[in-house]
Design a protein around this ligand. Sequence first.
Ligand SMILES: Cc1cc2nc3c(=O)[nH]c(=O)nc-3n(C[C@H](O)[C@H](O)[C@H](O)COP(=O)(O)O)c2cc1C
Length: 337
Amino acid sequence: MTSTLGALTVPLIQAPMAGGPSTAALAVAVSQAGGLGMLAAGYKTVEAMAAEIDDVRAGTLIFGVNVFVPEADPSDPGALAAYAAALAPMAAELGVAAPEPGPFNDDHYAAKLDYLVANPVPLVSFTFGLPTADDVARLRSVGTEIVLNATDPEEISAADALNPDAIVVQGIEAGGHRATHGQAKEPAENTTHELVSSAREYTDKPVIAAGGVSSAAVARNLMDAGASFVQVGTLFLTVDEAGTKEAHMDALVSGQYRDTVVTRAFSGRAARALSNRFTERMTANQVAGYPQVHYMTAPLRAASADNPEGLNLWAGTGFAACRQRPAAEIVAEFRSL
Ligand SMILES: Cc1cc2nc3c(=O)[nH]c(=O)nc-3n(C[C@H](O)[C@H](O)[C@H](O)COP(=O)(O)O)c2cc1C
């Protein structure tokens, strides 16, 4: 199989964005324009992941699939109960039942890997932790390229030890969930530029810079510092092909939001979102407890429907550059890199 990363005509990877924004149409549009389109398998069943892969294959043979690496449940039942109690007034205001910790699950990880080994795709990336060497070997044996995420020097070294094709270094500017290996760990505060600049001390693998890449100029700066590719999420949240909720898209382009915050308030895992009423009320009570907190807040988020003040408005620090346009326009802007 020809190298997928090596064959890109634009060194731009569209970040996998679980929870709705990533669609097959988005991945196809990015890959057809010369970047790498990614599917997000997170929160999906194996069947839903497989159906999306089939949809992408109808439009391009160049794509990747991202999976969440599960961990043993490290959460503290007392802390989860306390968070449920702290959420209760907001639930009452929204007219939804008193919150309860949701179930712990592993996001169908083993079944997803089995499917990807039996039905090989060009590239698989992992976030929230590292796969086993055995899982890496199984995917490699069917010709799949491997990309691992890291958020600090220690994680870069651990990723490097698995001999991946490339390592995403995700800085603090990044939108959505931090890729931190282990939810109990406090998220690292390294900027994307700091991580890229020091990465060579920890790995000789190609580095993919993620976090705050809001223009080709920012990307150029990171590539000058040693990155081989950039991975862009937030900028793609408002493109025509994205499946982002309308209220989320509107919030990003409205000019009404000024700040972002890293918070565990929505899911129990640190993630960067626009600062809104929900984050202001709940971040002080936040607990580590992914995915139980994700399920605990789901009815509140659903009841908030079109009200952005009650939604998880994932966004990186560069969100002011978001505009509604076709995805290919972004890829074209990065073509000069
Ligand atoms: C809405 C949203 C969902 C995300 N979901 C995933 C995901 O499923 N898997 C993953 O590896 N990264 C995910 N990320 C993180 C991106 O891969 C990437 O690190 C980040 O978007 C880069 O920063 P930027 O948003 O400033 O471009 C997500 C980011 C956003 C904004």
